[in-house]
Write a protein that binds this ligand. Structure first.
Ligand code: NAD
Ligand code: UGA
Length: 463
């Protein structure tokens, strides 16, 4: 029986190992985390993350060949395993050289040293975390300082799942990428991991490359995805000036096979724990490699994203007669996207903070993400009202802003909501999920993204 250990039971480690365990009953999979509360949640019915379909997979594998453990026994687990996935967090560095841009590799390096300290038999070490290109070289340097002659093969196997569709993405991935060295033992290690995935992924979808291509491909995939959103968001600003409709433009260009229809939904901006940090990291690497023009090119993707959020708030202020002070504003959505409870880098929280600056009376409403939002907002949380029920949240409000595309928000009784609000009532659809004409007919002043606003009065644009 193959023995798999995963260090890090987060958004990636937990679901990925659950799907591996489900499809490979002949393997034992153990997942350790230094966060005891998180481990306890993985072992309970209240899983630490909300992800459609996750509970079903956990119910199949947990206790059979999938085990979540605290890191108290990490020495024993490392020595036990023959394959170790490292799926720890790699946030943006907040201090020292490269602060605000470089990846903070302290958690990753700690695991490398733990492996070195406790391993007494050969292991395949797999970078599952997203890392700067050539990190595996550093990992190999650390691991190969061992004096007991243990063989370590380091592979890169980046994860491409998106939150909210993690289980589907893991069950039916577009591809699995495995990078390794072109040495006999490197190639044997690659083949071992190809066999693991081949338990449920068609072979033609399993791509093998050299280590550096694999590491870099992960950063590049995220950069390209984010770039598409920034591109369509840039065009949304132009649409609002010209009465073109961004959804019509996106559809028209997306029918060109070379462009394709995906990731062209204009929005209040992209969020999530990875796009920003991975692009910052890419920019930093380019600068370090003496490529300032390349760095600047990718930096612009982030600049456009910030502009989109700022533009959204400015539009709210100007449309509501240049003052939000003391006005109740219901924010529909706290999660960075639908079908997740994750609020990391959520544009909803960016808007929330800006509205607090404007001294608005902010009510935050989300079906699954309020607890995470409260933690992320930290001391500002005490100025925010957290209300799970959208009807309650909107009651007495001057405006609603849709910030997460939960399907649930599109299906509310907006007639009832309109009647319960202060008038004139405003709605800012930061995700273009509502029926704007129908809302306008109900009496709302409606402000979509990348489309002309529908207003019952004409106070002239001042922005
Ligand atoms: P996360 O913060 O949710 O989880 C990381 C976990 O690792 C935490 O629970 C932390 O306690 C644990 N950890 C850190 N150091 C440890 C150690 N030494 N021993 C034991 N546990 C330790 O992060 P995540 O969202 O799962 O992301 C992990 C990596 O995967 C990152 O590099 C990220 O860029 C990448 N990634 C994330 C996603 C996503 O959708 N979240 C998708 C693809 C790739
Ligand atoms: C993204 C990538 O899609 C994954 O492939 C990758 O593995 C992951 O990052 C990672 O490395 O962490 P994720 O951030 O979970 O996944 O979610 P996305 O679906 O990519 O959405 C990111 C943000 O972009 C969300 O705020 C979403 O609302 C926004 N978005 C997405 C748009 O504004 N418009 C779109 O057309 C698509």
């Amino acid at each position: 029986m193959r023995k798999i250990l995963c260090i890090g039971a987060g958004y990636v480690g937990g679901p990925t190992m659950a799907v591996i365990a489900k499809h490979c009953p002949q393997y034992e999979v153990r997942v350790v985390d230094m966060n005891a509360d998180r481990v306890a949640a993985w072992n309970s019915d209240q899983l630490p993350i909300y992800e459609p379909g996750l509970k079903d997979v956990i119910d199949i594998a947990r206790g059979r060949n999938l085990f979540f453990l605290t890191d108290e026994t990490i020495a024993e687990q490392i020595d036990w395993a023959d394959i170790i996935f490292v799926s720890v967090n790699t946030p943006t560095k907040a201090f020292g050289l490269g602060a605000g841009r470089a990846a903070d590799l302290q958690f990753w390096e700690k695991t490398a040293r733990q492996i070195l300290q406790h391993a007494t038999s050969p292991k395949i070490i797999i970078e599952k975390s997203t890392l700067p290109v050539r990190t595996a070289e550093a990992m190999s340097h650390i691991l190969n300082t061992n004096s007991i002659g243990v063989q370590f093969d380091v592979l890169s196997n980046p994860e491409f799942l998106a939150e909210g569709s993690a289980i589907r993405d893991l069950e039916e991935p577009d591809r699995v990428l495995i990078g390794g060295h072109n040495t006999p033992s490197g190639q044997r290690a690659i083949e071992t991991i190809v066999e693991l995935y081949a338990n449920w992924v068609p072979r033609e979808k399993i791509i093998t490359t050299n280590l550096w291509s694999s590491e870099l491909s992960k950063l590049v995939a995220n950069a390209f995805l984010a770039q598409r959103i920034s591109s369509i968001n840039a065009i949304s600003a132009l649409c609002e000036k010209t009465e073109a409709d961004v959804e019509e433009v996106a559809f028209a260009i997306g029918t060109d096979k070379r462009i394709g229809p995906h990731f062209l939904r204009a929005s209040v901006g992209f969020g999530g724990s990875c796009f920003k940090k991975d692009i910052l990291n890419l920019v930093y690497i380019c600068e370090q490699q003496g490529l300032p023009e390349v760095a600047e090119y990718w930096q612009q993707v982030l600049k456009m994203n910030e502009y989109q959020g700022a533009r959204f708030v400015a539009n709210m202020v100007h449309s509501m007669f240049n003052s939000l002070s003391g006005k109740r504003i219901a924010l529909f959505g706290a999660a960075f996207k639908a079908n997740t409870s994750d609020t990391r880098e959520s544009p909803a929280l960016v808007v929330c903070r800006e509205l607090l600056e404007e001294r608005a009376d902010v009510v935050l409403c989300d079906p699954h993400a309020l607890e995470n939002a409260r933690q992320d907002l930290d001391e500002q949380a005490e100025k925010v009202n957290f209300v799970a029920d959208p009807y309650q949240a909107a009651k007495g409000a001057h405006a609603i802003a849709i910030l997460t595309e939960w399907a649930h928000f599109a299906n509310l009784d907006y007639h009832q909501i309109y009647n319960s609000m202060a008038h004139p009532a405003f709605i800012f659809d930061g995700r273009n999920i509502l029926d704007h004409q129908a809302l306008f007919k109900l009496g709302f002043n409606v402000y979509p993204i990348g489309k002309a606003p529908l207003q019952h009065f004409n106070h002239g644009r001042t922005w």
